[in-house]
Design a protein around this ligand. Structure first.
Ligand code: PLP
Length: 400
């Protein structure tokens, strides 16, 4: 059976070039970058080279890149580190209701530490209101954290506009962006967009798992959240994961070198999938608008209607998401129920609730997410499988 992997927002297949580089580092250039001998210098060179690559993609300084163990850690350092370092200036924080648990649960922790958090709502497309954001910013607001692309429905927040607005209303408020789902799929320039901190994860960009980075503007006052040998300027102690760092940087370099071609391909695949899958009775797609017929095949034009290039949230009336997920799995097709990260819990997805999805559909929504290795055949096969499975499952539901 052919494997059709459509769960790229959960994780991605590592690029072969990345795996090869990592293997060479692990078995050959395996030194500790803190060691003073040649093996250490060799390892340190990989760190410098990776910093250079990532900094040049974001157009920031090399010293503003902090390597972490994942997107979750990047989010934790950004929130806990700045909140705790700036509490004398104020204890008010702003975020959205549709953030990843890495943000929402860290905000909960900060509430326990005495901070006040405002949670912004979203419209039916999963987008915040800039007016609501402006109204929420106060004299004592020290940090705003907004995700770029939502991991469940693929909505894209107006990050550049939000950045400008935050700095206009309160120049002392820091702006953090969780870019775990958008890095590699959006052009992001923190300096131009007034972003002070940006979280990225390696395994969402065809790099390895267990690695990430946080861009931190050198103007940000931040405290470490873990303590040790003082690596990375003392902000993130612990021996750097050299193979994974080099692998993540290579994957990032590849994605941005082929950006126009790959991202347009994702948009065209997403458009085709939505057009085909919504022909099936009872199927609807969340967070997107219908693409008018004469729309140009360009990233900019398609983004207006389709939001992210890769996440597709599909609701199927009268079919439970886990049942659909496993029926697709039987045909070699891998998808998520809502979001992979929320499947451990039985509570409905906060994002789907926030967009006002009809109650019966909350348990009937699956996420398809595309990656650079997907081709049109995958879309055709997935739609065909859905059109066979759904009527069968509905019959079963009605009989019960
Ligand atoms: N933020 C978002 C938007 C995500 O989608 C994820 C993972 O799904 C994370 C943070 C956490 O990243 P990681 O798995 O690298 O900890």
């Amino acid at each position: 059976m052919r494997e059709i992997y459509l769960d790229n927002s959960a994780t991605t297949r590592v690029m072969p070039e990345v795996a090869e580089l990592m293997c060479n580092i692990m078995t050959g250039d395996y030194g500790n970058p803190s060691s003073m001998h040649l093996k250490g210098v060799e390892a340190e060179r990989y760190l410098k080279n990776s910093r250079e690559k990532l900094a040049s993609i974001l157009k920031v300084q090399e010293k503003e890149i902090l390597f972490t163990s994942c997107g979750t850690e990047s989010d934790n350092i950004a929130l806990l580190g700045t909140a705790r370092a700036n509490m004398r200036r104020g204890k008010h924080l702003i975020t959205t209701k549709i953030e990843h648990p890495a943000i929402l649960n860290t905000m909960k922790q900060l509430e326990e530490e005495g901070f006040e958090v405002t949670y912004l709502g979203v419209d039916s497309y999963g987008v915040i209101s800039l007016t609501e954001l402006e109204e929420a910013i106060r004299e004592d607001t020290i940090l705003v954290s907004i995700m770029h692309i939502n991991n469940e429905i693929g909505s894209v927040q107006p990050i550049a506009e939000a950045g400008a607005l935050i700095k206009k209303k309160n120049p002392n408020t820091y702006f953090h962006v969780d870019a775990v789902q958008s890095f590699g799929k959006q052009k992001i320039y923190p300096k131009k967009m007034n972003i002070d901190m940006l979280s990225v994860s390696g395994h969402k960009i065809h790099g390895p798992k267990g690695i990430g980075f946080l861009y931190i503007s050198d103007k940000v006052k931040i405290k470490p959240v873990m303590f040790g040998g003082g690596q990375q300027g003392g902000l993130r102690s612990g021996t750097e994961n050299v193979p994974s760092i080099a692998g993540m940087a290579l994957a990032a370099e590849y994605l941005y070198t082929n950006y126009e071609e790959d991202v347009l391909k994702l948009y065209l695949l997403k458009k085709k999938f939505i057009e085909e899958v919504t022909k099936i009775d009872g199927v609807s797609v969340n967070g997107v608008k219908v693409v008018p017929e004469n729309t140009e095949n360009s990233i900019e034009a398609l983004a207006q209607y389709l939001a992210s290039p890769h996440v597709i949230s599909v609701s199927v009336k009268e079919v439970r998401s886990e049942v659909l997920l496993h029926s697709l799995e039987d045909k070699g097709i891998y998808v998520s129920a809502g979001s992979a990260c929320s499947t451990h819990k039985r509570t409905p997805s906060a994002t789907l609730v926030a967009i006002g999805l009809d109650k019966p559909l909350l348990e009937s929504t699956v996420r398809f997410s595309l990656g650079i290795y997907n081709e049109e055949q995958d879309i055709d096969d997935a739609v065909k499988a859905m059109s066979e499975i759904i009527p069968m499952l509905k019959m079963y539901t009605r009989k019960r």
